[in-house]
Design a protein around this ligand. Structure first.
Ligand code: AMP
Length: 144
């Protein structure tokens, strides 16, 4: 049976089994053009390590990913001329992740072509109790 953690479309692209429009590759990371882009120049930056979610990435793979992300952002801005980008990762299926291999979207935003683009339209903050929020922050900090 296929191993779901190493048999995603991105694992196949990394192994060269299926084609992709590769824009960058090093020992730890590839970056490709998204096949169904939300905007011209939409890239995916993908660590080669087969981790389904960000929290499962090793420190080395995370460092490799972090090193490449700003470079891809700079190149996409320069080539597309976009004034802004959304850089995001859907982390788990309930967050909209379809392919269980970590990948960070770099999405150029062109307000003149697509007014209202970007995530702000659907970004709906919840009501919070400030004390509960502070306690949550302390709990997260203790794990880091
Ligand atoms: P997500 O919902 O965050 O898992 O995003 C998956 C992304 O992968 C989508 O934007 C797809 O368009 C993209 N995608 C799926 N298959 C391919 C492929 N073969 N090459 C490039 N991008 C792909």
């Amino acid at each position: 049976m296929a191993d779901p953690t190493t048999d995603t479309v991105f694992d196949k692209i990394i192994r060269g089994e299926i084609p992709a429009q590769k824009v960058y590759e090093d020992d730890g990371v590839i970056a490709i053009l998204d096949i169904n882009p939300l905007a011209e120049g939409h890239c995916l930056v993908i660590p080669k390590e087969p981790a389904p979610t960000m929290g499962e990435l090793s420190d080395d793979a995370a460092a490799a990913l972090g090193r490449v992300l700003p470079r891809v952002c700079r190149a996409v801005r320069k080539v597309t001329g976009c004034p802004a980008l959304n850089v995001l990762e859907n982390d788990g299926s309930e967050a909209g992740q379809e392919i269980p291999h970590v990948h960070v979207h770099v999405i150029p935003r062109f307000p003149d072509r697509d007014p209202g683009s970007g995530l702000r339209k659907t970004w709906a903050p919840i009501a919070v109790d400030q004390e509960a929020l502070a306690e949550l922050g302390r709990k997260i900090a203790r794990l880091l």
